[in-house]
Write a protein that binds this ligand. Structure first.
Ligand code: FAD
Length: 590
């Protein structure tokens, strides 16, 4: 630290370092459960690899009905509602707005954590340099969550971490066969490109420092701009070096190949004609990182756990992306850039991967959790990282309230952690949410039992939902008039999103786009979602009073505070965003 610059001190229950999707979801979850949170992010915007600076779209578990819900679905639905053009600045604004609206979050942007103070095995404070104000910020907190991707707090706290690919001998992972013990290779980093099709042709003059390519130089890597899934992820380097220390020199090389590739797209005789109308819109200058340090927690998730479906008692999130391993040589490798090893969807991820084994008040979430390289190749996708963040933040709020460590949350508060996550609309495979007594003891006079079965999405052959017409009534009638404090409703937000607009011939469900075709249809709130509904309280004389009504709902999970003593409570869906029928998964009162 330098005495010539001042230091601003902050006190919090939880300090989250890193504002990617994992860090953002950790901060919001903790804040909503009563913790005072400082969210320290070194970039000017939130979202990490998903932000407008790097522009990776969010992927997650594959397969029917496997879309991640909870905070990440809240973000996605907010984006569909506010951002029909899939404009990256608007997306940044959606993420920023989520943090801003939480009164319990103090947001420190442009602030890079590079120091920490310890007392025994506990972190007491972290300090970062804020470049816009030329000030240091020191955050003292009960708990810390490292969501920096690169695990900046690991070397600062002496927390053990892994870096590189595990050999088969270490955990018995067959994909590691042939990898030497002590291997430090990782997946690489990439600078993305974005293009758009226009109705007039354009030229491109490459900078003199751009690489030069012919089709022979680009095996398995010739861009196909007409495909909505072309996002240039294979422009990847740095996996065979040091994915932290070499970042700047790798960036220079990545920029040279990014511009060189665009030169090929626009000027190579084999490409020129078909790409005449495509214009370069954007080149990322900050490389997105896939892998570096991973914490060692009380449990290390492996390839074998993933393949076995991750049936852990302490499951707090799930993955379902294949084990998508990238060759560390990246672009320099002339073979295919990645290999997909199958993973079940879903597989469970245990809570014990989310805290350090030796720093007693340190959690982690995102791509730096306690997993092997081979498990990371699946669970690193951002839908999964967001679930991990929500779980870490929820655990931190419990630990802050109970004045205990994350490990003690595992020992003594696991049931509460899981129930809270499910209540907040996170799906935990093989688990069922407890439903409030008031709902269980009521007579469901109109509606279906599935609405109070503790499952809020189709599982296997069971829909776990109820279909009705707009204007139909769903009613709980109590044996005696009872005080009602809230209603919880889960609408269908189309977990398969097949009704979304198509780009070319394929449905496009990603949160953002890379290459914009000409005149694409607007994206919009899912047709199935209910936009207008009413909740009524019924008195003992049979008269009804409207307790809540909205005509602008665009979220799947609705938690509505209610007051009063009622003989019955009714939910009356009135209009969807497009469908004729109404479909919902949960209606409870408590
Ligand atoms: C090119 C590329 C393609 C990918 N493709 C996909 C894909 O298609 N879909 C998908 O879902 N995932 C994809 N991934 C993986 C995914 O992007 C990452 O695994 C994911 O972003 C990790 O999330 P995170 O929140 O842990 O980290 P990040 O998104 O990296 O966020 C961490 C944040 O912490 C900040 N930070 C770092 N150090 C500090 C510090 N000292 N102080 C304060 N803040 C700090 C960083 O600036 C960053 O904003 C891809 C990754 C790359 C690089």
């Amino acid at each position: 630290m330098n005495d010539r610059f001042s230091t601003v001190f902050h006190d919090a229950d939880l300090c989250v370092v890193g504002g990617g999707l994992a860090g953002l979801c950790a901060a919001v979850a903790a804040a909503r459960h009563g913790a005072k949170v400082a969210l320290v992010q070194e970039r000017p915007m939130l979202g990490g690899n998903a932000s407008s600076e790097i522009r990776m779209w969010v992927c997650g578990a594959q397969g029917k009905n496997m879309l991640e819900t909870g905070l990440i679905e809240e973000i996605m639905l907010e984006n569909l509602y506010r951002n029909p053009d899939k404009n990256y600045s608007v997306w940044d604004g959606v993420l920023y707005g989520l943090a801003r609206k939480e009164k319990n979050i103090e947001l420190l942007l442009n602030c890079s954590v590079n120091d920490c103070e310890m007392e025994g095995d506990r972190v007491v404070s972290v300090t970062g340099w804020q470049m816009t104000t030329q000030q240091f910020h020191t955050v003292r907190a009960k708990l810390f969550a490292d969501c920096s991707g690169d695990s900046v707090l690991a070397p600062l706290t002496d927390a053990p971490f892994r870096h590189g690919r595990e050999s088969e001998a270490e955990f018995g992972e067959s994909i590691g066969r042939g990898v030497r013990p002590g291997d430090r290779k990782t997946m690489g980093m990439s600078c993305m490109l974005q293009a758009r099709r226009e109705d007039r042709p354009s030229e491109f003059v490459p900078p003199e420092w751009a690489a030069r390519f012919t089709a022979e130089d680009l095996p398995h890597r010739v861009p196909d701009l007409a495909s909505p899934l072309e996002n240039f992820w294979y422009l990847e380097l740095g996996g065979d070096g040091d994915s932290i220390a070499d970042s700047e020199k790798t960036r220079d090389e990545l920029l040279s190949i990014a511009y060189g590739l665009w030169d090929f797209v626009k000027n190579d005789p084999s490409q020129r004609e078909k790409n005449r109308f495509w214009r370069l819109d954007w080149v990322g200058i900050l490389p997105g990182k896939r892998e570096s340090r991973r914490y060692v927690g009380d449990y290390t998730l492996t390839q074998n756990d993933v393949e076995a479906g991750g049936r852990f008692d302490d499951v707090i999130a799930y993955g379902g992306w294949p084990m998508d391993d990238h060759d560390p040589r990246g672009f320099r490798n002339t073979d295919r850039p990645n290999v997909n090893y199958p993973a079940p969807s879903p597989y469970g991820i245990p809570y014990r991967c989310l805290y350090s084994e030796n720093v007693s008040n340190l959690l982690c979430a995102g791509r730096n959790i306690s997993v092997t390289h081979w498990a990371l190749s699946s669970c690193r996708v951002m839908g999964t990282c967001a679930l991990l963040g929500q779980a870490a933040g929820t655990a931190a709020a419990i630990a802050a309230r109970e004045n205990c460590t994350p490990r003690e949350v595992y020992a003594s508060h696991l049931k509460e952690l899981k129930q809270t996550l499910m209540d907040d609309d996170c799906y935990l495979p093989c688990n069922r949410r407890a439903v409030p007594e008031l709902t269980l003891n009521a007579a469901l006079t109109r509606g279906a039992e599935a609405l109070r079965n503790g499952l809020d999405r189709p599982v296997g052959e069971d829909d776990n939902g109820y279909r009705c017409k707009p204007g139909d009534i769903i009613e709980y009638r109590f044996s005696e008039p009872g005080e009602v404090r809230f209603a919880r409703v889960v609408w269908d937000s189309e977990l398969n999103r097949e009704s979304m607009p198509r780009v070319g011939s394929r449905p496009f469900t990603h949160n953002m786009m890379c290459n914009k075709p000409l005149h694409f249809d607007d994206f919009h709130t899912p047709d199935a979602l209910v936009r207008a509904y009413r909740i009524e309280g019924v008195r003992s004389d049979g008269t009804a009073q409207t307790l809540y009504q909205t005509t602008a709902n665009h979220q799947r999970l609705n938690r509505v505070p209610l007051t009063g003593t009622w003989s019955a409570v009714r939910l009356i869906p009135q209009e969807t965003w497009g469908n004729g029928d109404v479909h919902l998964f949960g209606f409870e009162v408590g």
